[in-house]
Write a new protein. Structure first.
Length: 310
């Protein structure tokens, strides 16, 4: 097995990882899927051939085990990210310390091809712990010679927690919240397009710590996304403006529930637009055109209509 054919994907059994790993397998790579609990997700990879995939249980902060897990890899892709802390797994541990341990493991194994998945807007938002720790992780990653930082806008797909969440919420709630007036801008990208762009980066050389921002062709405000969603679902709902201060107070209460619907940190994240910067656009490096939001959202939302069975 050639070392240049092995790709280690950290956090590879999640939403983005399932698409990325299957694409890598389809392109003939051998893939190590490294996560804390690989069996829990029961992820299915249709493109996998016998012996082409190795699922490894490993916490990203476990130095020795992590170093052994990525040994022999040509490239390492870090997908680890959390939107809210749970127990010991807080933002600092998942984003910063995890990236530091992974970089150390790469140095120990002589692996300098490293792709870090971050998020658009992390350098602008000074109040969100998610954004602050993602930026800190980026700064650590830049120490590797052939490191690439990919910042996507909001990522959508059949298993996402964005369109699906609001579609389910809209089915049962007469009111949809417009946090901060719903003016935050997004550039939604389909998960399959993000997976393709990540894969294109594997065999392309960039300067150390190159930042690439990825979004779809359509820029929409949060209000426009929700308006489109309820139109596609053929339902009438009230879009209620909730100023940021009030939203934070509501989020504080919601955080106490067993299933968190919204956190104060997520409210902070909505204070910054989530659109691609001209300086970092993927179009500077690849001739790749992502799918339109209206095309993939229309298909995705069909399962929530009466005809679609929900």
């Amino acid at each position: 097995m050639s070392a240049q054919k092995i790709i280690s994907v950290i956090g590879g059994n999640g939403f983005i990882g399932s698409y990325l790993v299957d694409l890598l397998l389809d392109k003939g790579y051998f893939v190590k899927v490294i996560s804390r609990n690989p069996k829990a997700s029961r992820t299915f990879y249709p493109s996998a051939k016998l012996g082409q995939i190795n699922e490894i249980s490993c916490d990203i902060t476990n130095d020795k085990k992590l170093s052994n897990a990525i040994k022999g890899s040509f490239s390492v892709i870090n997908l680890v990210g959390i939107l809210e802390p749970k127990g010991r797994n807080d933002f600092e541990r998942a984003h910063v310390r995890g990236s530091e341990k992974l970089i150390d493991a790469c140095n120990q194994n002589g692996i300098d091809k490293f792709i870090q998945i971050s998020a658009i807007g992390v350098e602008k938002n000074k109040t969100s712990r998610y954004a602050i720790t993602k930026l800190q992780a980026e700064n650590r990653v830049k120490k590797l010679k052939r490191s690439i930082i990919i910042r996507p806008s909001i990522v959508c797909g059949e298993e996402d927690n964005f369109l699906n969440f609001f579609a389910k919420y809209a089915k049962y709630s007469p009111i949809l919240p417009l946090i901060g007036g719903g003016n935050t801008k997004f550039q939604p990208i389909h998960v399959s397009d993000l997976a393709n762009i990540i894969t294109l980066c594997i065999n392309k050389d960039f300067k150390r710590g190159q930042i690439i921002e990825v979004g779809g062709p359509d820029i929409l405000t949060f209000k426009e996304i929700l308006s489109y969603l309820i139109a596609e679902l053929k339902i009438k709902r009230v879009l209620l403006n909730i100023p940021f201060p009030a939203a934070k107070k509501i989020a504080y209460i919601l955080e106490k529930l067993p299933i968190s619907l919204m956190t104060r940190d997520q409210v902070e994240m909505l204070k910054c637009d989530n659109i691609v910067s001209r300086n970092y656009s993927h179009k500077k490096y690849f001739e790749y055109n992502p799918n339109s939001f209206y095309d993939f959202a229309k298909k995705q939302l069909k399962i929530f209509t009466k005809d679609g069975g929900h």
